[in-house]
Design a protein around this ligand. Structure first.
Ligand code: NAP
Length: 496
């Protein structure tokens, strides 16, 4: 159970401690932040509300620990990461339990998130050993006007202190996708977990603690993003920010200094359906892509753009599957569980009411109890409706009927977002042309958008992000290139 057994030391009374300088601590602020269970709408856990002074201490310790860590052999860094991954997987049950209680993730999916996170950490350790163990060697005579008098040696070196801020929907997976690349590359890491999901993240951090990482190298400060977020992101000790979340990322980008940023932000992933598509395959992917974890995924299908001639048939197939989705508590592994908060449910309801007022066709009756919203397909959505453009982050999916493929591409590209998209057709040539025309970081052909596997490059265009993730890209992003040039008094050419 959460906060028990090997996790007992992370709990003080009914408040979970924060992690700094290799120890679990109570905040001097004397304040805590409640974490409301989305299902019961009652406070389920509490975490420390860390103070600015505590953040300063964490940053100081992170700076000092990084200097030593950068001198730790690469194989040893990898060894510790493998150890943390094994501990994480071994203790998946209590961590998954936190995900069920804090963010209403269906129980089975919660376990999958922890296992996937352990796999990600191990893969990152292996990939880091490969790509950081090699550098480049350049000779000067490949550039016009030069002889071979200069040898350039380049290698990838750490950035320093990496600040990681993940969102509520994958508080473990999207934390380790930042922690593992940062550490293997020789950085120290300060984690600010999302408030909903903080307790799962604290349990995950304890697994790294048990693996034996040096004091101060990893820290986890808790508190509301709206209260300590700016102080963290503008802290002079921070050398890199890796953030995943919504529009907050855009304001962080505007305020951050001259440091590398990795931003994974929102999406409005379009699903373009052509006349020749396999409609059973499309319907199955719309259900999986649009309604898994109640639509609270950055890469959820968030708008269906279907050719008018096959729209009736597709909508019928999707409707038949929507009625089969189970709705209820995450403990019972229901397909649709309560959305993360009341304000989120209210926001989704606002989009639904706007669509109703403007004449969308409701394929099911709109139903809500507390934070639980029944799955809803909205047909005949038009561009003047908010749901055509905004990210509901809930189990509500708009269908826009299109008269041409160009219309679908135009809608996709008119969005502020550009995370992923998908196209369904049996014609690979058409699929390639459409993929090239879609201004999104990834296009899936004949499958719903998805983030994984975790080593694939993953990036958002426009307001969906800065930089590219995926294990290799994240490791590279959390390093900088250092060159040393050997200058020879006279040209030297290697003879065979
Ligand atoms: P969010 O409200 O932007 O919060 C994300 C994180 O930022 C949380 O840890 C939050 O902490 C913190 N935060 C809030 N205010 C801050 C500030 N001023 N400075 C620094 N940090 C601050 O997003 P969310 O509701 O958790 O997640 C949903 C969004 O994430 C959706 O838009 C979704 O599309 C996006 N997302 C994108 C990806 C991707 O890979 N592109 C993946 C998953 C999710 P608190 O919880 O304490 O407020």
């Amino acid at each position: 159970m959460a906060g028990n057994g090997i996790f007992a030391e992370i709990l003080d009374g009914d408040v979970f401690k924060y992690y700094a300088d290799g120890e679990w601590k109570k905040s001097n602020s004397g304040k805590s932040v409640p974490i409301v269970n989305p299902t019961t709408r009652r406070t389920h856990y509490k975490v420390q509300a860390c103070s600015q002074e505590e953040v300063n201490k964490v940053m100081e310790a992170a700076k000092a620990a990084q200097k030593l860590w950068a001198k730790t052999p690469l194989w040893k860094r990898a060894e510790l990461l493998h150890k943390a991954a094994a501990i994480l997987k071994e203790h998946k049950a209590p961590i998954a339990e936190c995900l069920v209680k804090e963010i209403a993730k269906p129980a089975k999916d919660a376990v999958t998130e922890v296992i996937r996170s352990g796999d990600l950490v191990s893969y990152c350790a292996e990939e880091g050993v490969r790509i950081l163990g090699e550098g480049k060697f350049l000779v000067s005579d490949s550039f016009p006007g030069n002889e071979r008098t200069k040898y350039c040696l380049t290698s990838k070196i750490p950035l320093g202190v990496v600040l990681a801020i993940p969102p509520f929907n994958y508080p473990v997976n999207l934390a380790v996708s930042k922690i593992a690349p940062a550490l293997i590359a020789g950085n120290s890491l300060v984690l600010k977990p999302p408030t909903q999901g903080a307790v799962a993240a604290l349990h995950m951090v304890h697994c790294f603690h048990l693996a034996g990482f040096p004091k101060g190298l990893i820290s986890c400060v808790t508190g509301k993003g709206s209260e300590i977020g700016d102080f963290l992101t503008m802290h002079p000790a921070v050398n890199c920010i890796s953030f995943t979340g919504g529009d907050t990322g855009i304001s962080i980008s505007k305020k951050a200094g001259m440091i590398p940023l990795q931003m994974e932000l929102g999406g409005k992933d379009a699903c373009i359906v052509l006349e020749d598509a396999d409609l059973d395959l499309v319907a199955a992917n719309i259900i999986k892509g649009g309604f898994s974890y109640s639509g609270q995924r950055c890469t959820a299908v968030k708008v269906v753009l279907v050719m008018e001639s096959v729209a009736d048939s597709l909508v019928e197939k999707v409707k038949a599957k929507v009625v089969k989705l189970t709705v209820g508590p995450p403990e019972e592994n229901c397909d649709i569980t309560p959305v993360v908060s009341e304000s989120s449910a209210n926001f989704i309801e606002g989009l639904v009411m706007d669509a109703k007022q403007k004449g969308a066709t409701f394929c099911q009756e709109y139903r809500r109890e507390g934070n639980l919203i029944w799955p809803l397909l909205l047909d005949n959505v038009r561009p003047d409706m908010r749901i055509a453009w905004e990210e509901p982050f809930g189990p509500v999916l708009p269908v826009i009927r299109i008269g041409s493929v160009e219309e679908g591409i135009h809608h996709c590209n008119a969005s502020n977002f550009g995370l992923q998209g998908c196209v369904f057709t049996k014609d690979i040539n058409k699929a390639m042309l459409i993929s090239d025309a879609m201004e999104t970081g990834t296009v899936q052909i004949n499958s719903a958008p998805a983030r994984g596997p975790d080593h694939f490059p993953f990036q958002g265009f426009k307001d969906s992000g800065i930089g590219s993730q995926g294990i290799t890209n994240s490791i590279n992003m959390m390093t900088k290139v250092k060159s040393t040039v050997i200058n020879l008094p006279s040209p030297s050419y290697t003879m065979g």
